[in-house]
Write a protein that binds this ligand. Sequence first.
Ligand code: GAL
Length: 691
Amino acid sequence: MSHDALSVPTTSAPPYPTEPRPTPERPVWPRGTTALRFGGDYNPEQWTRETWLEDIELMKRAGVNLVSVGIFNWGLIEPREGEYDFSQLDEIMDLLAGAGIDVDLGTPTASPPAWFWRSYPESRPVTRDGLPLAFGSRGMASPSSPDYRRAAVRVTEQLARRYASHPALAMWHVHNEYGAPVSESYDEHSVRAFRSWLQRRYGTLDGLNTTWGTAFWGQRYQSWDEIDAPRRAATVTNPTQRLDFARFTSDALLECFVAERDIIRRHTPELPVTTNFMATNCPSVDLWRWAREVDVVANDHYLVAERPDNHILLSMDADLTRSIAGGRPWMLMEHSTSAVNWQGRNIAKRPGELKRNSLAHLARGADAVMFFQFRASRSGAEKFHSAMLPHAGTETKVWRAVEELGADLAALSPLRGSTVTSRVAILWDWQSFWAQDLEWRPSVDMQHRERIEAFYTELWQLGVTTDFAHPESDISGYDLVVAPSLYLVSSAAGANLARYVEQGGTLLVSFGSGLVDENEAVHPGGFPGPLRDPLGLSIEELLPFRLGETATLDNGGTADVWADDIILGSAEPVIRFTDGRAEGQPALTRNSFGAGTAWYLSTRPDAGTLRRILEGSLAEAGVAVEAPPAGVETVVRSSEASSWRILLNHNASEVAVEAHGRNALSGERLDGEVTIAAGDVLIVETPKQRG
Ligand code: GAL
């Protein structure tokens, strides 16, 4: 059979599906109260009945209205294959129902029991180095193992059937954090599934050979059976094979979710089904695709305790979560009351931080604030993790803060369903990250994540609320779109970005963008691929810097990491290098294209320069900026009736702000200068004018 390489499917059409599925018939929020949701993971299997009763009393005292139960109890409810014992779970469900506390019921498939591993050892995930992973920790089996999939749907079916009409059941929590700790698995089941996935994607071996560029280093395949997972090899493995394996892995995990979800939907069509994501912290699943499959987006976030800017990273994570949720309210499914236990130094939160963190998520669209976990575990790997109820009990700062948060969330119920709007978007594409994180890129210092954080941080300091968007999605509603080191730009994304500028948008692109297409091949005609036209320039050669090398700019700033040998087309230079390897070359250019403007920043400038560049492009885009006092975070949520300005003071000293309206936490009237205490939060409610 002869095959035409041009028949290779690409992601160029249809447009990348990033909007949530239009599923008006699906429930999008846990059944029950109209209040904001408050609670956490609850693991009663670790405790005696006496403790359960105490826990439930304490939950009521704190205002807990939702707990996630059963996430790690597979071994308890199915002690031997096919034998079920729901006695403990029945009792817990009944007790919670009696107390009026709703349940987000987990399927336990993130941690199969001992019998599973003994019966199905070939289901163990295998690392890239060929090491099968053992039992004794947690983590699912190979996502492509038929034995795992069968066992997972069987236990899900049992749960869904048993609890479908239980009064405590408000929603479903499938699995736990797909993609962590198991993502890519190099076992034999995965290899076979990968081959089928490739056959569906490429149709023909010729198509695969062309797209993977197997002519290079003599890698041509003559039969599908010759194709393996991209295991560790003598030197760098084919990058397109690796990118496809990453795509395959995200899809294989998603199939596992969908299989469980569909069983549950059959039993409880009236209840939402979700799984907990880790928006900025789980690189192995493409959440733009995943978010379309859940009824409500749920997210877990843990502060990187060591980083002094961890509150900014929290905001970024929350903004990304809101964006993948398509702007709809989302659930903060897990965060910590204080220390987490898996970082090098598990730094406890300081007074006020639990409230600030919780309300920062709420400010950015969360309508549920939940923790891992209700009661701290005495044994096991996570005993040094904080909880709502610490080891030291209720006479503690943490417990008091939990009770206060419960009261605050009750006062904030009217925010339920209100939304956040943004006129600025940063482009975020997991597939680009997968490609960029491979070996032998132009410079190890070209870090997309570091650049996204840098751009986001400057926008945060300016008080600009930012969405994230997929480069192929509809971005026409944004006034400014920023692409920080977007290494992979598909042809469809290139056309989308060009159209956006042509129709009047403002685009700011930073170095290292558009280097490859969706198949990890350099775009024909050179860098930066389809962005050459809107940017009005082309790049003759990439000029990455040596480690530690810096250059000066003619605006008085400095730069490092990168420059380009730019050939200007219609773009004008705005800032130039005054020395170094790119002396005289433009560091920042501006191009009018159609009705819009595209900026190109060919280097990593100092933070002050980056701030001024952003201010310039925001002004050009017509986005008015009213920077809050330093260290104060400000976000607005609105409903038809009211808007709420949420101000979080991250400083160690009080700040004065101007506020008119009602203090949504205390009920007090505000009309003039108000002081926000060090580390505190002010929420100003302003009713909307009617008529
Ligand atoms: C999450 C996980 C929880 C718990 C928590 C500790 O990633 O879902 O089960 O392990 O981390 O921080």
